[in-house]
Design a protein around this ligand. Structure first.
Ligand SMILES: Nc1ncnc2c1ncn2[C@@H]1O[C@H](COP(=O)(O)OP(=O)(O)OP(=O)(O)O)[C@@H](O)[C@H]1O
Ligand SMILES: [Mg+2]
Length: 343
């Protein structure tokens, strides 16, 4: 049974795209069939998976406007097991153009009806807004995964997102659930990150993933090569965290499905997954449309860390401290000590 997860937060730069790409890749590595829907006109999850959506004539925009069928627009990514429905700047026009459509909030849902079951998981990378593109995604999705940056003002604006989710639940998609809350760019050395984690755990009771994503430069370098971080540097702390998140994501899903009596999605061992993927690659009818961006001229690709080399970023990944009761503030202020340390 396929599961459609919207990755959403109207706040910009919180790690929606990084999470879409790397959670998708980590699950594909385990043998799951994945579709990434790039619902953001910035096209970052398309380019981060080796597809230059801006130059593509076929993508989310054309599918939403009913100009072409899903099959004409979907393409394999650089990462085996992941298909992408790409997007580009044209998609920003869709927000306006779709307004006059009948049942405009359900266009994506209708467009995906016949293809959903081809995939185990569909991840939609939402834009940093709560406009029609996000509403369409929430209307089509089974659940929403919310990345929260472990920073000042992290929780500010979440009320607005939760209100939108409630609105969609009431009027367009009763089944919409909160899949989980993911702490991103976490720095275990800062009290601030810890405080954001505590606030999030109080507010979202049991829905915050134990796995958090540390700040890690490999995660920000990988997109410029058009590949997921787990392909770029599998041993980096960022990659390892997303692989751990995939495990936790699956075990939470299995638990939820056993509680509701749904058939769990089949999970392969890593070896089985790899061999199924290499089979899939061997049977690709056409070469992968790799349009991996090259690093700017004169800039050598960043060196991979040699064995034992310490990363500058926080290497920890795991579970910050547990929950309390009710959210107190919209944002967490740094301690005096942190302010001093950062000056
Ligand atoms: N854990 C991390 N460590 C270091 N850099 C990160 C991490 N997660 C994301 N980044 C970087 O932070 C920036 C914002 O991340 P990303 O693009 O994933 O956020 P977003 O929520 O999709 O942004 P937008 O709202 O603009 O779509 C990017 O440059 C990305 O490479
Ligand atoms: Mg993004």
């Amino acid at each position: 049974m396929s599961r459609f997860v919207a990755i959403a937060n109207q706040k910009g730069g919180v790690g929606k795209t990084t999470t879409t790409i790397n959670l998708a890749a980590s699950l594909a590595r385990l043998g799951h069939r994945i579709l990434v829907l790039d619902m953001d006109p910035q096209g970052n999850s398309s380019s981060g998976l080796g597809i230059q959506g801006n130059h593509s004539k076929k993508g989310v925009y054309e599918v939403l406007l009913g100009q072409i069928a899903f099959d004409e627009a979907v393409c394999p990514s650089v990462f085996p097991g992941i298909d992408v429905l790409p997007s580009g700047q044209k998609l920003s026009g869709a927000e306006v153009e779709l307004v006059s459509f009948l049942e405009r909030e359900k266009i994506l849902s209708n467009a995906l009806l016949l293809v959903r079951e081809r995939y185990d998981f569909i991840f939609a990378d939402c834009p940093p807004s709560l406009g029609l593109l996000t509403i369409n995604t929430l209307t089509a999705a089974d659940s929403v995964l919310i990345p929260i940056q472990s920073e000042y003002y992290a929780l500010e604006g979440l009320t607005q997102l939760l209100n939108t989710i409630q609105l969609v639940q009431r009027s367009l998609n009763r089944e919409l659930e909160i899949e989980g809350i993911l702490l991103t760019m976490f720095d275990a050395r800062l009290n601030l990150s810890q405080q954001v984690a505590d606030e999030a755990r109080k507010f979202f009771e049991g829905r915050v993933y134990d796995t958090y994503i540390p700040r890690n430069v490999r995660l920000s370098e990988a997109p410029s090569f058009g590949i997921p971080a787990i392909q770029y540097d599998e041993e980096s702390s960022g990659s390892r965290s997303y692989l751990a998140l995939a495990d936790e994501f699956l075990s939470r899903r299995q638990k939820a499905e056993s509680e509701t009596g749904q058939a769990p999605v089949e999970t392969l061992s890593e070896d089985e997954g790899r061999s199924r993927l290499s089979e899939a690659v061997a049977h690709q009818p056409t070469p992968l449309p790799v349009s991996t961006p090259k690093p700017p001229e004169g800039v050598p690709p960043p060196a991979r860390p040699s064995e034992g080399e310490a990363e500058v970023e926080n290497e920890n990944s795991g579970s910050p401290s547990p929950a309390g009761e009710e959210i107190q503030t919209n944002h967490v202020q740094p301690t005096k000590e942190e302010v001093v340390n950062h000056e």
